[in-house]
Each structure stands twice: as C-alpha cells, then as structure tokens.
Design a protein around this ligand. Structure first.
Ligand SMILES: Nc1ncnc2c1ncn2[C@@H]1O[C@H](COP(=O)(O)OP(=O)(O)O)[C@@H](O)[C@H]1O
Ligand SMILES: [Mg+2]
Length: 250
C-alpha cells in the first residue's frame, strides 16, 4: 500500500505547494511511483508541473462512483503523475461539507490507487475544512511547512489540535512527519528567532530548514520543479534531503 503524505498548514504562502511539488518529484527521482493530488482550488500543482489545471479533484470527489484513474494525468516525468485541481475544487469542498461525508471518505476514495503508487502526496488549501480534515485522515504522515517569520507559531497550535482531535475522536493512526521551516534566512534575526522558537516548541519534529531562494520563486512560472530548474542549487539539495528524510521515516 502507498504511504500517503499530506502537506498542510492553514496559513497561505508558507511553501506548501512548493514543498509538495519538490517532495513529489524528489521521491520520483528516487525511483518511487508518486501520485500528487491538488486539493487547493488555486490549482497551482498543475501550473508548477507545467500542465493544465483541470477539474480532476472535483470529478473524483463528486462522482465518487466514477473510476478515479480517468482523472489522473501524466506529468511527463518518470514515476510522477497528478490528479489536478482547479477552481471547481471549492465546489467539491461545499458538497463534502453539505453531505457531511464520513471522515474516512477520502481515504476510501484513494484506496484503489494505493497498490499502484509508493507515495500519494496531498497538497491542501490554506484553510481548515471538510477536504483538509479528510485528507489528513487519509494520510500516514503530515508535513507542515512553516515560514520562519514573526508569528511562525501562530496557527500551528490549531493544526496540532486538529491532529489530536483526529487521533482521539476517529482513531487516526498517522504521525507528524515534521515541521518544515521555510523561507529561512540566517541573515535576519526574525528568521533565526523563528527557527529557535519552532525548535523550542517542537524539538526533534523540526526538519532542516529550506532557505529563502529566488530560484524557488521562479520555478512555477516555468512549469519546472527545482530539480529541473537548477539541479545544482542549494534549494535542490535541501529538497533532496527532505525526500531522503521522508523515505527514512516511511
Ligand atoms: N523557499 C522559498 N524561497 C523563496 N520563495 C519561495 C520559497 N518557497 C516558496 N516560495 C514562493 O512563495 C510563494 C508561496 O509559496 P507556495 O508554495 O505557493 O505556498 P502555499 O502553497 O503555502 O500557499 C510562491 O510564489 C513560491 O514560489
Ligand atoms: Mg499552495
């Protein structure tokens, strides 16, 4: 069965999509069969991988009796495919909330894909809702990118409460893969202090930081991952290290 990893943080702009894309390709480059799923209505996973946004997630979530395979797209990268999303994912979110679907609905939906993939990576929207909660429940591991800036801890308490609630109320057996510090810049005291604060609160759960880097910002516009854009860059090495760490934890 696949190992499912959800990338979550209800804050936006903390590097979720960047980390999801880089980790997914990083694992594929380590010869794993990876499926990425874009649960954010912004649909940026497709853009980041240089393919078209589509209503794949909407179709899969709303037409639950359809064969989910038909919505999956090849990314033209060995071992990496994508279930793309677009604005219609917001409608799927409304449907899921209105129908009050069971907590394991997303887990069940992706079960048939577990045999065909080593990893399924769920990217999520910066909010807490029906999809996010069910995506976390479907995950074996949760990775929480967190920008190393003022109020870095803000919002993390809420994420941790959600994980505890899923454990206690629904017997969720997943674990925290780690807090991933992003936008790290040791030149600024703000960034250094934020990292220290994260380590004080979360200790060993804090992964090695991803530095702020212009090259990472430039990737989506080119539809390339960091490994294609600049394989020799520090960002590449950092995300390679993250991929290795995730394989170790799996
Ligand atoms: N380490 C980084 N250094 C510089 N820019 C980054 C870094 N990580 C992400 N970005 C850029 O910051 C913006 C927000 O990142 P994104 O991954 O989309 O965050 P989220 O998915 O959490 O909203 C994007 O323009 C992205 O290219
Ligand atoms: Mg995003």
């Amino acid at each position: 069965m696949s190992i499912n990893i959800v990338i979550a943080n209800q804050k936006g702009g903390v590097g979720k999509t960047t980390s999801a894309t880089s980790l997914a390709h990083g694992l594929a480059l380590r010869s794993r069969r990876v499926l990425m799923v874009d649960f954010d209505p912004q649909g940026q996973c497709a853009t980041a991988l240089g393919i078209n946004q589509e209503a794949g997630v909407f179709n899969a979530l709303v037409n639950t009796r359809s064969d989910i395979h038909q919505w999956i797209r090849d990314t033209n990268r060995t071992g990496l495919s994508l279930l793309p999303g677009d604005r219609s994912t917001a409608t799927a979110q409304i449907v899921i909330n209105a129908e009050n679907r069971p907590i394991d609905s997303i887990r069940q939906l992706f079960k048939p894909l577990g045999r065909e993939h080593d990893y399924i990576i769920f990217d999520t929207a910066p909010s807490v809702g029906g999809i996010q909660e069910r995506a976390i429940y479907a995950a074996d591991m949760v990775l929480i990118p967190t920008a190393t800036e003022f109020l870095a801890l803000d919002g993390l308490a809420q994420m941790m409460e959600l994980l505890s609630a899923l454990r206690e109320k629904h017997n969720w057996s997943g674990k925290l893969a780690g807090i991933l510090p992003t936008f790290y810049d040791e030149q600024t005291s703000e960034s250094r202090e934020a990292l220290t604060e994260l380590k004080t609160h979360f200790g060993e759960s804090v992964l090695p930081p991803i530095h702020r880097a212009t090259i990472l910002r430039e990737c989506p516009a080119e539809g390339k991952t960091i490994f294609e854009m600049s394989p020799a860059s520090r960002s590449s090495r950092e995300y390679e290290e993250l991929s290795r760490e995730i394989v170790k934890l799996s």
